[in-house]
Design a protein around this ligand. Structure first.
Ligand code: BTX
Length: 326
């Protein structure tokens, strides 16, 4: 019921809607309408009520709720099934644990993560209400070797979103970090459940530092947020919708037309590593190499000091730049 009323108010944002019109539309009493309006106000919706003109939606809370998200979702299948939590350990863990029961495209967003994860067991700081901490469930018919491509596609969609919405100079530190002014603003953690020759599911986890005011300690020098970079708070829902639409477009191109190059070119054109000396860490320890490009499979191509050229798979590198982070 709250959702129906919300939808009605959203659809008539420009006008007042009378309690009577709403009660007719919903087939409930005017008192019931009033009660639900009160409930929405309690949840942070700003609704003007005038005894003569009726109700008008003036503002919405900056909260991820499944009502809010499903009402505006601009996609065909990504996020059509949406789950929201106030707090959770890790969104990736939840989706992984429920992957068999959940439909393709399921989106999980949590206001906070207690044990958000990066790669190789690293921690991902996910304070409440300040970021977009999400996981998407994909069930593509691809081989396990192709799974790392999903990370690049997500990176491309994040770049398009940050550029498209805020015009910021954003780069990808291959393969999974999005950086602005040399500091990390988004991270991607792609995990999969697979058999030898077939992917069962992919969990695409993405963390976006949206409205975080400042970072301290270890993160002070290497993390940033969109709020810090733009100088103002941003609408997290707007970001999420824009991103999911971009991502769906690029995923469609890849899954339906085999076009991975569109995403790859976005990553190549916004690479923070191509043409730079970086350190990779194969098992023998850190080695300094020159990153020369990203090949058609999305692997980083590097050149050793003695001229040897090698491609690097995402799983086996941690790249450090010459001065600090990147
Ligand atoms: P990563 O392994 O490349 O980066 C992790 C490193 O980044 C940490 O060791 C720390 O130095 C730094 N870091 C931690 N928190 C932040 C932050 N908020 N902003 C910038 N730097 C940070 C990157 O892994 C992949 C992160 C994916 C996070 C998402 S959130 C939703 C989903 N659920 C989940 O548990 N993880 C993913």
């Amino acid at each position: 019921m709250d959702r129906t009323i919300l939808e009605f108010l959203k659809n008539h944002r420009e006008d007042y809607v009378s309690g009577e019109a709403m009660s007719r539309h919903m087939g409930v009493s005017r008192t019931a309408v009033w009660k639900h309006i009160k409930e929405l106000k309690k949840r942070g919706y700003q609704i003007e009520s005038s005894s003569r003109k009726g109700y008008r939606l003036l503002g919405e809370p900056d909260l991820f709720t499944s009502d809010e998200l499903s009402l505006g979702m601009p996609t065909r299948y990504l996020g059509k099934n949406v789950i929201c939590f106030e707090t959770i350990g890790s969104t990736n863990n939840y989706i992984k644990e429920h992957a068999d029961q959940l439909p393709e495209g399921t989106l999980l967003v949590s206001e906070e993560q207690k044990t958000g994860r990066g790669r190789l067991g690293r921690e991902w700081t996910s304070p409440s209400g300040k970021g977009i901490w999400m996981s998407l469930l994909l069930k593509p018919e691809i081989s396990p070797q192709e799974a790392p491509k999903i990370t690049q596609i997500a990176a491309a969609a994040l770049i398009e979103t940050v550029k498209g919405l805020y015009g910021l100079d954003v780069k990808v530190k291959w393969p999974n970090d999005i950086v602005i002014n040399g500091k990390k603003v988004c991270g991607i953690l792609t995990e999969m459940g697979a058999e030898l020759d077939r992917v069962n599911h992919i969990v695409l986890g993405i963390g976006v530092n949206a409205n975080i005011d400042a970072f301290s300690g270890e993160l002070a020098d290497k993390a940033t947020s969109l709020k810090i970079e733009t100088g103002h708070s941003l609408d997290r829902k707007e970001f999420l919708f824009y991103f999911l639409k971009e991502l769906e477009l690029l995923l469609d191109r890849f899954f339906e037309e085999g076009d991975f190059e569109s995403s790859l070119n976005i990553c190549r054109n916004h690479s923070a590593v191509i043409g730079r000396k970086v350190w990779i860490n194969p098992k023998e320890g850190f080695v300094e190499v020159l990153a020369t490009g990203i090949n058609d499979d999305g692997e980083l191509v590097v050149q050793y000091e003695d001229g040897r050229v090698k491609t690097v798979l995402s799983g086996e590198v941690s790249i450090r730049a010459e001065n600090g982070y990147i």
